[in-house]
Design a protein around this ligand. Structure first.
Ligand code: ADP
Length: 192
């Protein structure tokens, strides 16, 4: 099995390009944000716990997302691997992922980072708010908190994966969605 991580700041286009990458390599796309939003919509206990944190632009506890990911690895069959989107988001989650995979005799194969300049992040999220109607996209303070959280807690993973020799980056600004998607696919091709 292949284990790829789609990495990048909020609004970089991870969700926009994930489908094409997953389809090309027969991977299951696992977006922790999307899975958490499904839990909220279904009104589960987990969803109730996650709701206020997500709406404030804060991270949900590491154990919650680690549990979601592990149970997906346990149950999903019929694919050649996984494309993790939005996970790991902290060094602790990165270490937990290594442990979860080691138990299965597996490892992270590569990190595919989608990078856009900081000043574009807000613009992209504001644009998405109009289309997708996500509560955490609609409020300036919440967006600011997510950007701060990314810099403080998530960005250190870049060094973590560079050290492991697994970090690959596509700069996805400027350009159209199609041009950037082609760039991401070319990057994934180059690391096969
Ligand atoms: P974006 O596309 O803006 O990066 P996501 O859909 O990936 O947003 O995530 C939305 C929210 O879900 C995050 O702001 C956070 O509250 C929660 N979330 C998603 N993944 C994780 C994770 N790995 N750890 C903690 N919280 C997470």
């Amino acid at each position: 099995m292949k284990y790829y991580i789609l990495f990048g700041p909020p609004g970089a286009g991870k969700g926009t390009h994930a489908g094409a990458v997953a389809e090309k390599y027969n991977l299951k796309h696992l977006s922790t944000g999307e899975l958490l939003r499904n839990e909220i919509a279904a009104g589960t206990e987990l969803g109730k716990k996650a709701k206020s944190l997500i709406e404030a632009g804060s991270l949900v506890p590491d154990e919650v997302v680690e549990g979601i990911i592990e149970s997906a690895f346990d149950t999903i069959r019929g694919v050649d691997g996984f494309l993790l989107d939005g996970f790991p988001r902290t060094i602790a989650q990165g270490e937990a992922l290594d442990r979860i995979l080691a138990k299965r005799g597996e490892k992270v194969d590569a990190v595919i980072a989608i990078m856009i300049p900081d000043e574009i992040v807000k613009e992209r999220i504001a644009g998405r708010a109009k289309v997708e109607g996500r509560a955490d996209d609609a409020n300036e303070e919440v967006i600011q908190n997510r950007i701060r959280t990314y810099h403080e807690l998530t960005e250190p993973l870049i060094a973590f994966y560079k050290e492991a020799g697994k970090y690959h980056e596509a700069v996805c600004y400027p350009g159209t969605i199609e041009e950037n998607r082609a760039k991401v696919l070319a990057l994934v091709d180059s690391i096969q």
